[in-house]
Design a binder for this molecule. Structure first.
Ligand SMILES: [Zn+2]
Length: 78
């Protein structure tokens, strides 16, 4: 047994050694975890605010900052 197993950088669980290919020392993620990262990158516009905790900004300000702003941006229509 490996006394010092490598851990997946995404889920933190132990990476298993492959029997066929000997690339364990290069591995950083599980295959499934890496695919999840790829999917998140592909759908970043969807998951950024829910999964990664980013906050929507309008002209560099969060919604709360705009609400609290004493001089908010006013758009008028003629
Ligand atoms: Zn993993």
């Amino acid at each position: 047994m490996d006394n010092n197993p490598k851990l997946c950088k995404l889920c933190g669980k132990k990476l298993r050694k492959f029997r066929i290919s000997n690339e364990y020392h290069n591995r950083v993620y599980h295959k499934k975890c890496f695919e999840e990262i790829c999917n998140d990158v592909k759908n970043y516009h969807l998951v950024a605010f829910t999964k990664y905790g980013h906050e929507k900004r309008y002209h560099g300000k969060t919604k709360d900052e705009i609400i609290e702003d004493p001089n908010p941006l006013v758009v008028t229509f003629d």
